[in-house]
Design a protein around this ligand. Structure first.
Ligand SMILES: C[S@@+](CC[C@H](N)C(=O)[O-])C[C@H]1O[C@@H](n2cnc3c(N)ncnc32)[C@H](O)[C@@H]1O
Length: 264
């Protein structure tokens, strides 16, 4: 049984306004507020830092914090990918159904740190991202806010990325708006693929556990997508359910299972 780690909210910035913001976030998430990170009572801190909101871990016998999770659409991997790889021939673009002159509306059931959604939005798709962990949602919302302030990413985020909090199965069942493509990237199965998971995905697993209901999300998505459902899986993992994909796009360590749907 998964038990989420204890988390407190704090700020490494010496500012009354930011501390107030941290207190509001703590209240919203039902977490304890720690005015100064050194007084922490839990190993994990959700903290406002000069770079933005981060999930930090305090190593034993040290005051140096390690960043476990941070959403940055402007720099790092996301920034590099936006600047260097705008090809509509890349696997995720083909999987999502991007074609010359056509950009599907995408519903991303498993927003996580928003990396896949950002690639699709950078390529021109309107993406609605759904995240059920309120802490991951807060990190992602903070990353989107900062991306709105940067010239290189503002346009992509303002016009093409929308974030909703809650369970994707529930959202899809309630929502009558159509999405051509529904995207799922559930946590990779625990044992076999830990070596395939990035440090960020391992940290994310610590926070949210396994996505054990992903078969249900897939079955709901199959009834709702106008054109296709795309599922990202480890290369050798079984399909999510017994439903057989229409086709598969393989990559080095992972693959996309594509289920064509044609719901009206
Ligand atoms: C492997 S991560 C997704 C990573 C993401 N594709 C990225 O590029 O960062 C899975 C995320 O989906 C979320 N999730 C899983 N099932 C969900 C559901 N049914 N509804 C909403 N969020 C879900 C988890 O909380 C987790 O944050």
């Amino acid at each position: 049984m998964f038990s989420p780690p204890a988390i407190s909210v704090s700020s490494t910035i010496d500012s009354a306004i930011i501390l107030q913001k941290a207190a509001e976030l703590a209240k919203k998430l039902g977490l304890e507020i720690i005015p100064t990170p050194a007084e922490r009572s839990s190993e994990l801190l959700l903290a406002y830092t000069p770079e933005g909101l981060k999930l930090l871990q305090a190593p034993f016998a040290s005051d140096r914090f390690v960043t476990l999770l941070f959403v940055d659409f402007v720099h790092g991997k996301n920034g590099f990918r936006r600047a260097k790889d705008s090809s509509t021939k890349q696997a995720i673009a083909r999987a999502a159904g991007i074609k010359p002159g056509y950009r599907p509306a995408v519903f991303d059931c498993t927003a996580g740190l928003g990396g896949d959604a950002f690639v699709l939005a950078s390529l021109g798709c309107r993406v609605t991202m759904c995240e059920r962990s309120p802490i991951v949602f807060a990190l992602l919302a903070d990353g989107l806010d900062r991306a709105l302030q940067d010239q290189a990413t503002a346009e992509i985020v303002r016009h093409r990325m929308q974030l909703v909090v809650g369970d994707a199965t529930y959202f899809l069942a309630q929502n009558s708006e159509g999405y051509a493509t529904i995207y799922l990237d559930p946590m990779y199965p625990h044992r076999r693929s830990s070596a395939l998971n990035s440090q960020a995905m391992r940290s994310l697993r610590t926070l949210v556990g396994d996505d054990q209901d992903c078969g249900t999300v897939l079955e709901t998505a199959l009834k709702k997508a106008h054109n296709r459902v795309v599922v990202k899986r480890p290369r050798l993992a079984p399909t999510l359910t017994e439903t057989v994909p229409s086709h598969v796009i393989g990559m080095k360590n992972s693959r996309f299972d594509i289920y064509l749907t044609f719901n009206s």
